[in-house]
Design a binder for this molecule. Structure first.
Ligand SMILES: Cc1cc2nc3c(=O)[nH]c(=O)nc-3n(C[C@H](O)[C@H](O)[C@H](O)COP(=O)(O)O)c2cc1C
Length: 285
């Protein structure tokens, strides 16, 4: 444990702005300002709220929030493998892996990761998922890039959260995507890369500029579910937020403006390939 007792909390604002005032057109500040809500302007700030109140058809339409690929054959998923660990153990044990083993990811484990992170279930007749979502609009889709998944051809697959099944999108150039994670060795060794993509308009029609914030927040919810499930299954995992956007965008058929990849997860058996010893969290004394 580093000696941090006598240090002040980090204040890096000078490192961001230096000696001069921020430029008036600073994109991050502008976006944050534009995405704020104001009591007196809620009908502009949340433009779809009234439309949804007025239209039963629109409300029903939003209940089918997923990319659907009806022309592709469905790859059914088996019953999920059970997770044999308590929630608190899993939370304490989660770590970002530095390396991965060469084993396969089994399909029941992949099925469990998808089922418990994002599968639709009916709650009082309404389709809901294990993650919270602004307005229950679910702007995210989940993709599996199989590299060594038992019974699954390598390549890009889309998760259908309504039917709990995969559809195969295409072969991908794995090496290009490994480089695109900026962690090529780790990505190459992972058994699968999961990609969380967002269709901003599925939230933006209601929440306007706020929608991007919601998509980012929701990607974090989904990622945490995936990481905790991976840990519970004894797998190694690592979230990747810094990736070369365009390479994933093209493979996922996103336009990169209204729809985009948000977050990548590397997952697979741990480096020693044996029964993983969950890392013991060290707490400050
Ligand atoms: C938003 C976010 C983005 C991240 N992006 C990357 C990344 O691009 N590459 C990487 O190797 N790790 C990435 N990580 C993993 C962090 O490096 C890791 O979480 C951090 O070192 C703390 O370690 P821990 O996850 O084991 O607690 C990211 C984590 C988060 C939350």
């Amino acid at each position: 444990m580093p000696e941090t007792e006598n240090l002040h909390g980090a204040n890096l604002i000078d490192a961001v702005y230096g000696d001069s005032p921020p430029p008036l057109d600073d994109p991050m500040e502008n976006y944050f300002e534009a995405s704020k809500l104001h009591l007196r302007a809620l009908s502009w700030d949340v433009p779809g709220g009234i439309a949804l109140d007025k239209s039963e058809e629109l409300r029903l339409l939003t209940q089918r929030a997923a990319r659907l690929n009806p022309s592709r054959p469905l790859i059914p998923l088996p019953a999920p493998a059970p997770v044999d660990a308590s929630l608190t153990d899993v939370i304490d044990a989660r770590r970002s892996a530095e390396n991965f083993g060469r084993g396969e990811l089994t399909l029941p484990v992949l099925s469990g990761m998808l089922e418990h992170s994002y599968r639709v279930r009916l709650v009082q007749g309404w389709p809901r998922r294990p993650v919270p979502s602004g307005g229950a609009l679910y702007p995210l889709d989940l993709y599996v890039i199989a590299q060594r998944v038992e019974g699954l051809q390598p390549g890009l697959h889309h998760y259908d959260p309504f039917r709990h099944a995969l559809t195969r999108a295409r072969d991908v150039d794995h090496e290009t995507l490994h480089l695109a994670t900026l962690q090529p060795e780790m990505a190459r060794d992972a058994a699968a890369m999961l990609v969380i993509g967002a269709s901003f308009w599925r939230s933006r029609f209601k929440y306007g500029q706020r929608a991007l914030r919601f998509c980012l927040l929701e990607a974090g919810h989904l990622q945490q579910n995936l990481l905790l499930l991976a840990t519970g299954y004894g797998l190694a995992c690592r979230p990747i937020g810094g990736f070369l956007d365009d390479d994933f965008t093209v493979d996922m058929d996103y336009d990169g403006v209204n729809e985009a990849p948000m977050y990548v997860t590397l997952v697979g058996p741990p480096a020693d390939d044996g029964t993983p010893e969950p890392p013991k969290p060290r707490r400050p004394a």
